[in-house]
Ligand binder design. Structure first.
Ligand code: GAL
Length: 355
């Protein structure tokens, strides 16, 4: 009898401990689209890590359709989600639905892209977006030897999506490195297009970047001018530029920058067609955001490391900035393969779950 009692007690204690360790509650995770590789990884990482911490997850992708994302977020609120994690499509279009979240006391974390023009966003977790641009711009400065006075060289610029606040930070970080050389004539931009309004690529679409770049090639590079470098904000736009150059018969490729270490771009980096990318380890970002969610669910303060950079027009959103890392053919093995982010099979890059 005594034995049975103590067994029962032990069982109760185990159950109580498990209860204390496993969190409970439903979390909404809204991602913008499945058409770009990274968001699939972000969504999968978030879901897996939140579930491992004991939460239930409502994960949506909204096909880059703003109205659909608003609708997805409304459904999350109706379904009883207690924290919302949102990678917005258009950072300025969520004000109304987020007012509802605020009225329901549901905290909102902006994931990777800032949500603007509302006070109903509580935290922001991202990579240091300005630093991404600095890494790209510095690469071009070094690769062309601009600090040693080399030049003049021809440069063109392909920016990100104008409705994504990150696009402005990427461009600013890069242009702060390049503008002095444009001003002193070591860099020339034959198209004259340098502002986000001129170089932007709506929805970061490869086809849109490609179409614009085909026009640039025809207008400025079809009579013998050399194209030395293309500042591309990310890998999907770099892919558009590579497609346009290939279609125009280029055999020697200019310096081409990128961001995200997308699988097909990594192949181009290894084969020397694209020069570099910027690695943003989506596992790290997910880990940080899961930590924030967990803190909020437990009534604690989430960890932040920046309280001044991200002014969303209404407030400065307390942020956690992860560190972006330069990636090229020399260091990708250590960065991407040894860390288990990708597996390289016969020259192709795949994620471990695809093996
Ligand atoms: C940005 C993001 C970049 C890139 C781009 C395209 O917001 O910071 O890493 O992935 O979107 O989706």
């Amino acid at each position: 009898m005594k034995k049975i009692l103590s067994l029962g007690l032990a069982l109760l204690m185990v159950l109580a401990m498990a209860g204390a360790a496993m969190a409970e509650g439903k979390i909404g995770v809204a991602m913008p689209t499945q058409s770009l590789q990274r968001w699939n990884q972000d969504g999968a990482n978030m879901k897996a890590q939140l579930e491992a911490a004991g939460y239930e997850v409502e994960l949506t992708y909204s096909d880059n359709d703003v109205a659909r994302q608003v609708n997805d977020i409304e459904n999350m609120l109706t379904a009883g989600c207690e924290v919302l994690v949102i990678a917005s499509i258009d950072g300025s279009s969520l004000g109304t639905v987020l007012e509802t979240a605020k009225a329901m006391d549901v905290p909102v974390i902006a994931y990777d892209r800032l949500i603007t023009d509302t006070d109903a966003v509580d935290y922001y977790a991202t990579f240091d977006n300005y630093m991404v641009g600095v890494i790209q711009g510095t690469y071009i400065v070094d690769a062309l030897g601009l600090a040693d006075g080399a030049g003049p060289f021809n440069l063109e610029i392909v920016g990100g999506s104008p409705d994504d606040t990150n696009a402005g930070y990427f461009l600013a970080g890069a242009m702060d490195q390049l503008t002095p050389y444009i001003e002193n004539g070591q860099l020339v931009v034959p198209s004259g297009q340098t502002t986000l309004a001129e170089v932007g690529t709506m929805s970061w679409k490869t086809e849109t970047a490609q179409a614009r770049f085909e026009n640039i090639i025809t207008a400025y590079y079809s009579t013998g001018a050399t194209l030395d470098a293309v500042l591309c904000s990310n890998d999907s736009t770099a892919m558009g530029v590579i497609n346009a150059l290939t279609a125009a018969g280029f055999e020697e490729f200019p310096i081409i920058t990128g961001q995200d270490c997308d699988k097909p771009n990594m192949q181009y980096i290894v084969s020397g067609i694209q020069s570099m990318s910027v690695f943003k380890d989506t596992r790290t970002l997910a880990e940080k955001v899961v930590g924030m969610v967990d803190a909020l669910m437990k009534g604690a303060e989430p960890e932040i490391n920046d309280t001044k950079t991200y002014d969303n027009g209404v407030k400065v959103v307390p942020s956690y900035l992860c560190v972006p890392v330069f990636a090229n053919a020399e260091n990708y093995k250590e960065l991407l393969i040894d860390s288990g982010y990708y597996v390289e099979v016969n020259g192709e890059f795949i994620t471990p779950d695809e093996v």
